[in-house]
Design a protein around this ligand. Structure first.
Ligand SMILES: Cc1ncc(C[n+]2csc(CCOP(=O)(O)OP(=O)(O)O)c2C)c(N)n1
Ligand code: SF4
Length: 291
């Protein structure tokens, strides 16, 4: 009998050296992704990373999996297309809060309600890192940046509530300040059979609030488990998510205890039903297909 093939974190690591600033939170997230994939044990050629544009969106290049570093804000539509074209692939979407909730914000609602089995990891650093520190949609009110030297006047959006409100089946938050906890959450999200979202508080040490955010996270973090939160309780999840920006809760806010069929499973069922029906031939389509 041959032993089953197992994988280690290093098997997902490409030869490309990350060019992130020393201390950037994205290093930890990348390690967490490698480790979660190794624990799941799917070979790199069965995994695809899709991203938009941003520092965090460089992730696909740093893995040995298939990758598409696409267009700013368009990672979700591309990832959904990839998964539908090849449902056997494990598809992970990675990107920033600007990519996901500014320019790409309109896609989130539809990815959630369509419920294709992909995992969406947002590295939420509350600024636009790649373009040198402009305000992002999750920047806290009052944050001073190059575009808000006197402090931001806008309220941040709440990515957790946003995704919960559209009915996502899996919503979690993590920080690389707790590597084992973050890795376990990434793995759980990937294993969830449907659209899963993990908001990772991944500090930008160059343009963020300050360069000590990981230490701040460590001191501030509270696990939802320690609060006795039941992840099956959707309303309580929304209540807890309201404290985004003030508290730093980590863990699973919501996991649907009865996950519905994913979009790709519904398509398979539809195809099976349709194939049983006798349909009048479409002469124009038949002629086209025979060309
Ligand atoms: C269509 C388009 N608009 C704007 C840009 C410029 N741009 C590139 S990355 C980015 C924001 C990056 O911030 P975020 O997505 O939060 O990722 P981070 O760099 O912080 O990881 C912007 C505005 C672009 N590349 N394409
Ligand atoms: S600019 Fe910020 S987000 Fe980009 S690599 Fe540097 S620390 Fe990371």
């Amino acid at each position: 009998m041959t032993a089953p093939v197992t994988f280690q974190a290093k098997d997902y690591k490409s030869d490309l050296k990350p060019i992130w600033c020393p201390g950037c939170g994205d290093f930890g997230v990348l390690q967490g992704l490698y480790r979660a994939l190794a624990s799941i044990g799917r070979p790199p050629h069965e995994v695809a990373f899709i991203s938009g544009i941003g520092c965090s969106s460089r992730i696909p290049g740093y893995t040995t999996a298939y990758g598409f570093n696409s267009v700013h804000g368009r990672s979700l539509p591309i990832a959904q297309g990839v998964k539908l074209a090849n449902p056997e692939l494990l598809v992970v979407v990675a990107g920033g809060d600007g990519d996901g909730f500014s320019i790409g914000g309109g896609h989130v609602a539809h990815a959630v309600r369509r419920n294709i089995d992909i995992t969406y990891i947002v590295m939420d650093n509350q600024v636009y890192g790649l373009t040198k520190g402009q305000l992002s949609p999750t920047s806290p009110k009052g944050l001073q940046t190059v575009t808000s030297p006197l402090g931001s006047l806008e309220e941040p959006i709440n990515p957790l509530l946003f995704v919960l409100a559209y009915g996502a089946g899996f919503v979690a938050q993590a920080s690389p300040a707790d590597m084992p906890g973050m890795t376990a959450l990434i793995e759980e999200a990937i294993r969830y059979p449907g659209f899963a979202f993990v908001n990772i508080q991944s500090p930008c040490v160059t343009f963020g609030e300050d360069d000590q955010q990981l230490k701040v996270h460590k001191a501030k973090m509270k696990t939802l488990a320690s609060l006795g939160h039941d992840p099956a309780d959707q309303l309580k999840a929304m209540d807890l998510a309201r404290s985004y920006g003030t508290e730093l809760y980590t863990g699973v806010f919501y996991r649907n205890p009865n996950p519905p069929l994913s979009y790709e499973e519904l398509i398979k069922l539809r195809q099976a039903e349709e194939s049983k029906k006798a349909r009048p031939r479409n002469r124009i389509l038949d002629a086209y297909l025979q060309k």
